[in-house]
Design a protein around this ligand. Structure first.
Ligand SMILES: [Zn+2]
Length: 256
């Protein structure tokens, strides 16, 4: 942990936390702290609204809009502010909200993939250590694709710059992920790409034509960043003793 993060941590108030990435406002100022208030009946109604119910991204936006009291020194927090938070920060806030509103312990059931036995999983959210973005420049990642995208003139574009996905991207992608996960990836890649070689326009077609190897490479770069919180843990099956990976479901984090 950097000295900077440690210093902020010492001055934190009750229900105040440090965002793993932070919110960058239009003047380029990064706001790293957030203050939460516990969920109320209003929150429950907001996340049960049929207009958001079939879109995980929109549920998270509605939840956070209801429980975020303050972000850094921003005069106010709007729905757009929450959409512009990175998915890394939004995931972190899901955990913190669950702790502030309902306590540290969470239980859910998951099926062992080896023997199909139902397992009761208990997680203490206080044990989930967030990792913080240490270098501000890591908000954008520039690297070379293994194969590259060949345009109509035969030019191969390899150098790509991507940015961290935000709630806005999450809302767009959540809409299509169930119907067609590959198409959802195409749209996600297009929305997070700032630059690809010398291409002037980057439309979804670029990522549709891109090799699977390159597409996977970009997705891996994002997970390699290892910032924020992890929802998955390794557990041992109570029936057959094999280890399997389980992930805290969104419903549990919403207190449902
Ligand atoms: Zn098992």
């Amino acid at each position: 942990m950097s000295e900077n993060i440690k210093t902020i941590m010492e001055g934190l108030g009750e229900n105040e936390f440090i965002l793993p990435v932070g919110y960058k406002d239009k003047d380029g100022v990064v706001h790293r702290t957030v203050t939460l208030r516990p969920m109320t009946g209003e929150t429950e109604e907001a996340i049960a609204d049929p207009k958001v119910r079939d879109n995980g991204g929109k549920i998270i936006t509605a939840l956070l809009e209801s429980v975020i009291e303050k972000i850094g020194t921003l005069p106010r927090v709007t729905k757009d502010t929450i959409r512009d938070l990175t998915t890394i920060d939004r995931d972190f806030l899901l955990i913190k909200n669950r702790q502030v509103s309902l306590g540290d312990n969470i239980s859910y059931t998951d099926i062992c993939p080896h023997c199909r036995a139902k397992n009761e999983i208990h997680v203490n959210l206080a044990n989930i250590e967030p990792k913080y973005l240490e270098n501000e420049e890591d908000r954008e990642l520039t690297f070379d694709l293994p194969i590259g995208y060949k345009d109509a003139n035969g030019t191969v574009h390899k150098e790509i710059t991507i940015t961290l996905p935000t709630g806005r991207v999450q809302e767009r992608v959540a809409q299509m992920v169930r119907a067609n996960p590959a198409q959802a990836t195409t749209i996600m890649l297009q929305l997070i790409t700032l630059k690809l070689g010398t291409l002037e326009f980057i439309n979804p077609d670029v990522f549709k034509k891109m090799t699977k190897k390159d597409r996977d490479f970009i997705s891996n770069k994002l997970s390699e960043l290892e910032v924020g919180v992890k929802f998955d843990t390794e557990v041992m099956c109570s029936e057959c003793g094999s280890e399997f990976e389980t992930s805290i479901p969104l419903q549990s984090l919403l207190g449902e």
